[in-house]
Write a protein that binds this ligand. Structure first.
Ligand SMILES: [Zn+2]
Length: 410
């Protein structure tokens, strides 16, 4: 009976797990249950009442403070805090505890970091014993679609798409779409993604399996394909979606995304100053658009703090007005595509916080918004058949979604 209740406590706990917005979205909100009187023990003893409490472990919380909220007696805290299994406790994790009216802890359970299911019970000698298992999560597939009216995140919110899925979309299509400058009202997307669930409740989103993004009338499609050790996103014809350069040098986030659809007075045309300006909040992460080597990282006149990267084929990228540089960014350092190299600032000749970005080929500035970017290797011929087989049902799931979306908004 105790074990069964501890387990149901875990289920209740799951309802409030996670403090990220997406967890909030995935999981139905529950209120803290009324203390539940239950029978405990066998026929030899009169059954004392006990209560099940569910509380969230919060940022900056201590075991003692959590124990107090769970109505666990102070005398129990020392033994509890000594249990190594508590290291799996993370801020946002819900903890359920079964306690007697006197505050004696009968059992405690939570689903911690890395899906570690921790149960603490009384051993035969009365001491607290912790058991850890890896929770077996069920995997679901979810399909959603949305139209963009103000920002990608607003659209994702309206459609109930978790943040991590919206971020993956920006990542997957980041070689084709500049999510800070290219998005337009009326753009739309459909997406199929994994959801991991525990005992019948959605717990957290996983990977995007397939997606369609219609940007300024152009349709981009992507399907995840795991070929042996590594996986990647490919267009239905097997073209690799990864490009030699990302379209945007800014990290895409909920904070930076809103700037994409706005106009800023100090933004100049490319022709006027041979670069592209990105308005963004101070401190927004600036990322290397391609693999390369740091040619220069330091202060330079009107550029302020600037990073110049050298890439293959006589290509260079330049990132100016930075507030500072990321750790390890100095001349000669190797950087990978997407790696943070610095942070948006307004050093040098800048009237407000923004990133000035240049793309040069053979020393000559090119409009980064117009250059054609080479794609990474397509799927090898021998993998195409397997890819098509895997892609077909996913693309079939996207198709009716996209149609619904069009019908809905036309
Ligand atoms: Zn500029």
């Amino acid at each position: 009976m105790v074990a069964a209740l501890a387990l149901s406590g875990v289920v209740a706990a799951l309802a409030t797990i996670g403090d990220s917005p997406e967890a909030e979205r995935l999981l139905p909100k529950t209120v803290r249950p009324e203390p539940l009187a239950i029978a405990f023990g066998d026929a030899l003893l009169p059954a004392p009442a006990s209560y099940v409490y569910v509380e969230r472990f919060q940022r900056g919380d201590t075991i003692a403070a959590l124990a107090a909220r769970l109505a666990i007696a102070e005398s129990e805290v020392r033994a509890l805090a000594r249990l190594a299994a508590l290291r799996h406790l993370r801020p946002g994790t819900s903890v359920s505890a079964e306690v007697t009216p006197e505050g004696v802890l009968l059992s405690l359970a939570f689903l911690g970091a890395r899906d570690r299911l921790v149960r603490i019970e009384r051993g035969a000698d009365g001491a607290l014993v912790a058991r850890e298992t890896v929770a077996a999560l069920a995997r679901w597939e979810e399909a959603k679609s949305a139209e963009i009216r103000s920002s990608l995140f607003a659209a994702a919110d309206a459609a109930g798409v978790p943040d991590s899925v919206a971020l993956q979309l920006a990542d997957i299509f980041g070689g084709d779409i500049d999510f800070h400058r290219d998005l337009r009202k009326g753009d739309r997307f459909s997406v199929v993604y994994e959801v991991f669930a525990f005992e019948g409740r959605a717990l957290r989103p996983g990977r995007v399996l397939a997606a369609e993004f219609v940007n300024q009338g152009r349709t981009h499609r992507a399907v995840w394909f795991q070929g042996g050790e590594s996986g990647g996103y490919y267009a239905p014809d097997g073209t690799n979606l990864r490009k030699a350069f990302l379209r945007s040098p800014l990290e895409f986030s909920r904070v930076s995304s809103g700037f994409g659809l706005r106009r800023h007075p100090f933004l100049q045309t490319w022709r006027a100053h041979q670069g592209v300006d990105y308005a963004a909040p101070l401190g927004t992460r600036v990322r290397a658009t391609g693999d390369g080597i740091v040619e220069f990282a330091g202060r330079s006149g009107g550029y302020g703090n600037v990073v110049v990267l050298r890439h293959g084929g006589g290509q260079q990228t330049l990132y100016a007005h930075l507030s500072g540089f990321a750790r390890g960014i100095r001349s000669g350092a190797r950087v990978a595509q997407g790696e943070t190299i610095g942070f948006v600032g307004q050093t040098g000749w800048a009237t407000g916080p923004h990133l000035h970005y240049e793309f040069r080929v053979g020393g000559v500035a090119r409009d980064p918004l117009r250059i054609a970017l080479p794609a990474a290797q397509p799927l090898p011929a021998h993998a195409l058949a397997a890819f098509r087989e895997q892609a077909a049902p996913l693309l079939a799931r996207l198709a009716p979604l996209a149609a619904t979306q069009i019908a809905q908004f036309e």
